[in-house]
Design a binder for this molecule. Structure first.
Ligand SMILES: Cc1ncc(COP(=O)(O)O)c(C=O)c1O
Length: 491
């Protein structure tokens, strides 16, 4: 029997397999006219034996169109991947970010030739600080995890600068995203995990028990990855600050509260944003991300350099921060993502951002209300922009969260996040975002309800309609094929 991966691959061969010598996709000038170009290639660097695909234009266009048709994205339909905030991103923001003037800029250009983009970046910094209720902001980190790492280096240096050098622990709830403990370890800190209270919120007594003179920071996501808002945030804030610790806000879930509540007002000292989630770039696309970090006033001097400052009508890259942790990314961060975020914020304005969060919460709550009687939500607390349901009840008839995902794929819908957070058995973490219509929310909810009635045989056979069928996950995990050359040849 053929492996299903092989099947998909033979449905659409690689360009290198499709090409035939002599086929061309473009009209090049005669060789003699471009002979001088050879002189541009340094001695010893030119090669004649490169195996490149040779194809005609229609072959290439059709290849990529076919691949795109096998794919599923935020432009295809609902993409309710909890914790990932996969919303539809308005095309106008892509158009602005790919404007030739912006696209052709070089990071080594003199400051006075890039005043426009520096102004955009400055305005974005200010807007993010305002949305978060913070004092100062850097746009440099390239992802949420990079923002966490940056924020924790700031926390560490802040304590050190006060001679408080024994603070080497970060407390993290068990519902946290995996990047939180990973970033803490990378920053040279020790992770202390605390268990959640029965309602899914932070167990304040457990937190108080874990806080000590060694605590550098308490790191939380609010709303948590269960979608639950920490109603004890004031008590949490007091306990942490009384112990001399800083409060870190993982802002990856900011889509739940833009314009409604600000981490700075809750007492957080450091936060990061995921521009590639909340602010108009899809998350998880494999492309660049952006994880700006904002801080309270007393930490502003610790930000990475350069920060962008305004002097009258001039925008300046300022390297003169006395306590800076240094640079955390080449040049200035992923500017294309920043421009999309800037445009998104400009178009929506304060009221629009607030409405986006309201709709994100409403949409998630609607799906929860439609499916909860069948897929239990283990924690009774109200939820915000996402919620975690359990597919545990399917086990007795041979199903699982994974099978729900495969059945959804079979129905042309993207599955929610599975098996995260780890504290919910057979977790289905659902985040529809603000960009879905009532019909799309119903289509998704109806499919989930229908799937609950599938038989063991139906579960085992799905997905039947996708390009890649059911994969043998054990073989895939144990026998990695990372290069197309390694695929077994067709019999
Ligand atoms: C709650 C939370 N924190 C942090 C991150 C890390 O962000 P990134 O994937 O950009 O590193 C994510 C990513 O999904 C997240 O959901």
């Amino acid at each position: 029997m053929k492996h299903t991966f092989q099947q998909a691959r033979y449905d659409e061969p690689l360009l290198i397999e499709k090409g035939k010598p002599g086929r061309v996709g473009t009209t090049l000038p005669p060789w003699d006219d471009i002979r001088d170009l050879r002189d541009l290639v340094p001695e010893g660097m030119s090669r004649e034996d490169v195996r490149l695909p040779e194809l005609s234009e229609p072959e290439i266009i059709r290849h990529y169109v076919r691949l795109s048709q096998m794919n599923y994205g935020t432009d295809s339909g609902i993409y309710p991947l909890g914790s990932c905030t996969m919303k539809y991103n308005p095309k106008i923001n892509d158009v602005i970010a790919s404007h030739p003037t912006l696209r052709r800029m070089h990071p080594l250009q003199p400051e006075d030739t890039v005043q426009g983009v520096l102004r955009m970046m400055y305005e974005l910094q200010e807007a993010l600080a305002e949305i978060g209720g913070m004092s100062a902001c850097t746009l440099q980190p390239a992802a949420g995890a990079a923002g966490e790492f940056t924020g924790l280096l700031i926390a560490k240096k802040y304590h050190e600068s006060r001679g408080d050098t024994i603070r080497d622990e970060v407390i993290i709830p068990d519902s946290a995203h995996g990047t939180n403990p990973a970033s803490a370890v990378l920053a040279g800190l020790k992770v202390i995990e605390i268990l959640s209270a029965p309602d899914g919120t932070v167990d304040v007594e457990a937190l108080k028990g874990a806080l000590s003179e060694r605590t550098a920071a308490f790191m939380i996501t609010n709303p948590s990855t269960l979608g639950i808002f920490e109603r004890n945030i004031n008590a949490i804030q007091r306990a942490c600050h009384d112990a001399g610790a800083l409060l870190y806000y993982d802002g990856a879930n900011l889509n739940a509260l833009m314009g409604k509540a600000r981490p700075g007002d809750m007492g957080f000292d450091i936060m990061h944003y995921n521009l590639h989630k909340t602010f108009s770039t899809p998350h998880g696309g494999g492309g660049p991300g952006s994880g700006p970090v904002a801080v309270a006033a007393r930490l502003a001097d610790f930000l990475p350099v350069p920060v962008i400052v305004r002097n009258g009508n001039d925008y300046i890259l300022d390297y003169d921060l006395p306590n800076t942790i240094g640079k955390v990314k080449g040049f200035y961060g992923n500017v294309g993502i920043m421009i999309r975020a800037w445009a998104f914020i400009k178009v929506l304005g304060g009221e629009g951002l607030k409405r986006a969060s309201e709709l994100a919460v409403l949409n998630a709550s609607y799906i929860r209300s439609r499916i909860e009687s069948v897929y239990p939500v283990p924690f009774s607390s109200p939820t915000k922009h996402e919620f975690v349901a359990s597919a545990d009840f399917l086990k007795e008839k041979g199903g699982s969260a994974k099978d729900v995902a495969k059945q959804l794929a079979q129905r042309g819908l993207h599955p929610p996040t599975n098996y995260f957070p780890l504290i919910v058995s057979e977790a289905l973490m659902i985040e529809p975002t603000e960009s879905e219509t009532m019909e799309e929310l119903d289509r998704f909810s109806d499919a989930l309800l229908e799937i609950a009635n599938c038989t063991a045989e139906e579960f085992a056979a799905a997905p039947k309609t996708t390009t890649v069928g059911r994969v043998d996950e054990i073989t895939a995990a144990k026998n990695l094929i990372l290069n197309w050359n390694q695929f077994p040849k067709e019999e």
